[in-house]
Design a binder for this molecule. Structure first.
Ligand code: PMP
Length: 311
């Protein structure tokens, strides 16, 4: 089990840095009772020149803002102040390679109406970069992704993740590593927390937007394809089509790029190390670890005005 926090861990809670073990939230919150909150999953990396870099920080905090707007949740933070707060959380906890979890949540409210305020917490814990030598045994889930006519599935809302938990638990109980879910039309959609790509004859394919979370890693993979002149197509495709692929992988902030060994009874025939997918995996790993001022690692980093070292 991941050790998320200990007695010394500091988190950011509504403008203050407080000990995780002493932080409080309202047990009457609409978020706890109904899964009504929005969140992000972000990673920071120790780059090759030793600095701490939050990968795609602006994209993640902009998505958090958009998720809150989609859920009618008030949101009064700027992306810049939240990125600065996140760098402070990392520094106060001596973290470089880390997973960062901001959550925007609701006050006490048992009704279904809109709130006048929202709250925010930013937590972080250590996470080492993935080595990339593991391949996943995937099961086609009996669960479909939430229907976009029932949920705003482009938003990263907590309640959607009950679906992810059910699918992942089902796959693991059946002896697989992870689930692959279909959309409401039966097309291959995504994993419980990652987007899907498959490879055929040197070309990549990924489910079109509409019924999936528009992943930031998915967008990064599309950019890498352009850079590396790898052809890629966004389209809807079936599980049967996926089972004719040479190789396939999940991608996401936590998963990074991780290849499939098999899907149900189908074993992907190409050796992972010979695949174009592997090239993407290596390029992604290089990108996340590239210094922020290098042409490839170019990430707009916020101006750090007041990094407080002690609490
Ligand atoms: N799909 C789902 C359902 C997810 O939870 C995630 C993780 N946020 C992803 C895809 C991948 O998104 P990202 O690359 O932005 O982490």
């Amino acid at each position: 089990m991941t050790n998320y926090y200990n007695n010394n861990t500091i988190l950011f809670l509504n403008g203050e840095f407080v000990k995780a073990a002493e932080a409080k939230m309202d047990l009457y919150s609409q978020s706890l009772h109904y899964g009504y909150s929005v969140f992000e999953g972000i990673r920071s990396y120790k780059t090759t020149n030793g600095e701490t870099k939050i990968f795609k920080a602006v994209e993640h905090y902009e998505r958090l803002k958009n998720s809150a707007a989609a859920m009618n949740m008030p949101y009064h933070w700027s992306t810049e102040e939240l990125i600065n707060a996140t760098y402070d959380v990392l520094a106060k906890n001596n973290l470089q390679d880390a997973y960062i979890r901001p959550v925007v949540y609701a006050p006490a409210n048992m009704k279904f109406d809109v709130n006048e305020q929202s709250f925010i917490v930013i937590e972080a814990w250590a996470m080492q970069p993935f080595l990339g030598d593991q391949l996943l045994r995937i099961m086609t889930s009996s669960f479909e992704r939430p229907n976009p006519k029932g949920f705003k599935i482009h938003a990263k809302a907590a309640g959607h993740y009950v679906n992810s938990i059910l699918a992942s638990q089902e796959a693991k109980a059946a002896g697989y590593d992870e689930a692959l879910l279909t959309d409401m039309n039966g097309f291959a959609a995504e994993g419980p927390g990652a987007n899907l790509f498959y490879e055929k004859d040197g070309q990549l394919f990924t489910p079109a937007l509409g019924n999936i979370l528009p992943g930031i890693t998915r967008a990064t993979v599309l950019e890498l394809c352009k850079e590396l002149s790898i052809e890629v197509e966004e389209k809807f495709f079936s599980i049967e089509e996926l089972k004719t692929a040479d190789a396939a992988f999940f991608c996401g902030t936590a998963a990074e790029v991780i290849g499939f060994e098999s899907l149900d009874e189908y074993k992907f025939p190409m050796k992972w190390n010979d695949s174009v997918s592997r090239k993407i995996q290596v390029a992604y790993k290089e990108l996340v670890a590239a210094p922020s001022n290098s042409p490839r690692g170019g990430e707009p980093q916020p101006h750090k005005a007041n990094l407080v070292e002690e609490v």
